[in-house]
Design a protein around this ligand. Structure first.
Ligand code: MG
Ligand code: MG
Length: 257
């Protein structure tokens, strides 16, 4: 079932997602060639705990860390490790928190140093696809309106949409109904109602859409090993439009120059 949130509950979800945004900003400041993904994970865990929250992913389904860090051809659910970031990498950082009974969940893909222009375009288009989806996230529309907007933007730019993983409702649980696919048809799927809170999270591949699941039980990567990008917002559905609970501005301020 789909839980509709009260205004007070939306504010608790906002608090969580702003903390996730601040955590991603803090992590972003430390992303450079020479740093390991495990170091980034420790920075995030300390930051989240020092702000009175608990990491939302740590122990979730047995996940071993605070962040999901997915580099280059890794799509999502990468496990932080002693991998040393190098110039030209892209790093998707997905972060969750739990505080006051509610979850936060947002993701941002960062560039390490100078990256290939085609990969920069992948990052730009994936983020734009997220914004196109958010523009459809209003009461009276359907999930399919979000899905189609994301898919059209990605595919019209020559990229492909991952099918195996989708966005979701967010609340007292990290994954609630409804599912929010990044592909689909306008006018289809569950009706969007005021008080729904959902995560819209396009996972877009530079090459083909197929993915494989690594033997570590978590990491998802592209089958053709071409790069993949991932951006995620938590949004509350309002009458007039989406109330975005995640703040990319703090992240983009933090990584400027
Ligand atoms: Mg996430
Ligand atoms: Mg999510």
């Amino acid at each position: 079932m789909i839980y509709l949130k009260t205004k007070e509950e939306v504010e608790l979800l906002r608090e969580n997602n702003l903390l996730v945004s601040a955590t991603l900003a803090e992590v972003g400041k430390h992303i450079r060639a020479g740093v390991t993904t495990l170091e980034l994970d420790r920075i995030a865990e300390e930051f989240i705990r020092s702000h009175g929250a608990v990491p939302g992913f740590l122990g979730y389904g047995g996940f071993p860390n605070t962040l999901c860090i997915s580099v280059n051809e890794q799509v999502v659910h990468g496990i932080p490790s002693d991998y040393v970031l190098k110039d030209g990498d892209i790093v998707s950082v997905d972060c969750g928190t739990v505080m006051k009974g509610f979850y936060g969940d947002s993701a941002y893909t960062f560039a390490v140093g100078a990256i290939d222009p085609a990969v920069q375009k992948l990052l730009d288009v994936t983020k734009e696809a997220l914004y196109k989806g958010v523009a459809q996230a209003k009461a009276g529309n359907r999930i399919g309106d979000i899905s189609a907007a994301v898919q059209e933007h990605a595919e019209s730019n020559g990229f492909s949409v991952v099918r195996e993983l989708v966005g979701h409702g967010l609340g007292r649980k990290m994954h609630e109904e409804p599912e929010v696919p990044n592909y689909g048809a306008r006018g289809r799927g569950p009706l969007l109602r005021e008080g729904m809170v959902i995560c819209i999270e396009p996972m877009i591949n530079l090459g083909a859409k197929q993915v494989v699941f690594e033997r570590d039980g978590w990491t998802v990567r592209t089958r053709d090993r071409k790069p993949s990008a991932h951006f995620e917002f938590a949004v509350a559905i309002g009458k007039e439009g989406a109330d975005v609970l995640t703040d990319f501005k703090v992240i983009e301020e933090a990584i400027k120059n």
